[in-house]
Ligand binder design. Structure first.
Ligand code: SF4
Length: 393
């Protein structure tokens, strides 16, 4: 993506992941990592950056979606670079996911706050710096809905070239984001500012995830060199031990339980396991997958708070929205989707998990013949039944 040389330095302090950082703040952005760490950790003026960083990891490990100590000041650039160096040497995909999720949420919140105030200048500048083919236009109505006598008009000031739209939205699988479900005119997709900010949030998240893809040939040498700075090594150790403690919680939370001493994860069908694992890894889940998991867990009397905790690892998690949606689903007592529906939605994971019960079915005594699994809740009943019949070790 190309740069915009007219970008204001303040914008980079606020959004240091922008490509222009390397041009405008080259003295910091292109500094040798060992030198950078040395400068930060041996200068007491920077002590608050270290403190900010340590807090950021704590908040990310708790899967929270806000970071109150976040400041859009001149130190924000060093804070961002320090996070990236730490993630490189920590070399743990799950930690990177947590940091990527929190950082991108904080960024989204910043952009959203500006949108609420009807300030679109920064959003436009961000798009320009990312090299996106974006047009800021006089407000246009791109869609009208007529429900009974009520006319609802959808308006926006932004349109983006469809190739850039597809690039940004490639990781987000929701139906409403598909190109065919959006207003397209002469190669441009009309997009509301909040949705544009959400796509940029995903760009920021992916930028952090790129750290996982960097060749690690030089990792040990890099660690050796950086660990010479004692306070950096202390921070690294602190993060590692925090994570070790948290990891246990995390792994435990995947062992989903709705009754004391009953481990449901081992009897969950592949379609459920897959989504829970992806959520645990902090990945994006399509809206339909979230609905299915919510209905499924609610059908097992899973407490609302517990379901919220499971979702808290997702990149776009907003606690109050999740709570409202789950409570709404609970009130409505929606039934989880059947296998047939899940197959049509590509959420059936029977083949991927080579699951015998899903693939071959079971023998029905009632019908005296082999039967196919028709519903994930029935899968659980059979598994539970088989487990209860299995000889004890
Ligand atoms: S067959 Fe049914 S229960 Fe099994 S993975 Fe597919 S959708 Fe889930």
């Amino acid at each position: 993506m190309s740069n915009n040389s007219s970008i204001l330095p303040q914008l980079l302090q606020q959004y240091p992941w922008l490509p222009s950082l390397k041009d405008i703040y080259r003295d910091i952005a292109l500094k040798d990592p060992a030198q950078f760490i040395n400068d930060i950790f041996n200068n007491k003026d920077y002590i608050h950056i270290i403190d900010r960083t340590s807090k950021f990891f704590r908040v990310a490990f708790e899967n929270l979606e806000e970071f109150p100590p976040y400041r859009q000041d001149e130190f924000n650039i060093s804070f961002y670079l320090l996070l990236k160096i730490l993630l490189y040497v920590l070399d743990d995909k799950r930690i990177t996911n947590r940091i990527a999720n929190l950082y991108s949420k904080v960024t989204y919140q910043d952009m959203k706050n500006e949108i609420i105030r009807n300030e679109y200048f920064n959003l436009h500048q961000i798009c320009m710096d990312l090299g996106l083919d974006i047009r800021y236009i006089d407000e246009e109505t791109y869609h009208t809905n007529l429900i009974r006598d009520m006319k609802k008009e959808y308006k926006t000031n932004f349109k983006i070239h469809f190739t850039d739209y597809l690039k940004l939205a490639s990781n987000l699988k929701d139906e409403y984001r598909k190109l065919v479900n959006n207003a397209l005119h002469e190669g441009f997709v009309y997009i509301i500012p909040k949705e544009l900010a959400r796509l940029i949030q995903e760009y920021v998240r992916k930028k952090f995830l790129e750290i996982n893809l960097i060749e690690k040939d030089n990792l040990e040498n890099m660690r050796k060199s950086l660990f010479k700075v004692k306070n950096f090594k202390n921070l690294y150790d602190e993060i590692v031990s925090l994570w070790e403690l948290k990891k246990e919680d995390f792994e435990y939370s995947i062992q989903v339980r709705f009754e004391k001493d009953k481990n449901l994860m081992e009897i969950f069908p592949p379609c459920v396991k897959e989504i829970l694992i992806l959520i645990g890894e902090g990945q994006n889940i399509p809206h339909i997958g979230r609905l299915f998991i919510t209905f499924f867990l609610l059908a097992l009397d899973y407490p609302v708070d517990n379901i919220i905790e499971i979702f808290s690892a997702t990149p776009d998690f907003e606690r109050h929205i999740a709570q409202y949606q789950i409570e709404f689903a609970k009130k409505k007592s929606y039934t989880p989707h059947s296998c047939e529906t899940l197959k049509s939605l590509n959420l059936c994971m029977a083949t991927k998990y080579k699951d015998d019960l899903c693939i071959k079915g079971y023998f029905s005594k009632k019908k005296d013949q082999e039967q196919k699994i028709k519903h994930p809740l029935f899968y659980i009943q059979i598994k539970q039944f088989r487990l209860s019949r299995a000889p004890n070790d």
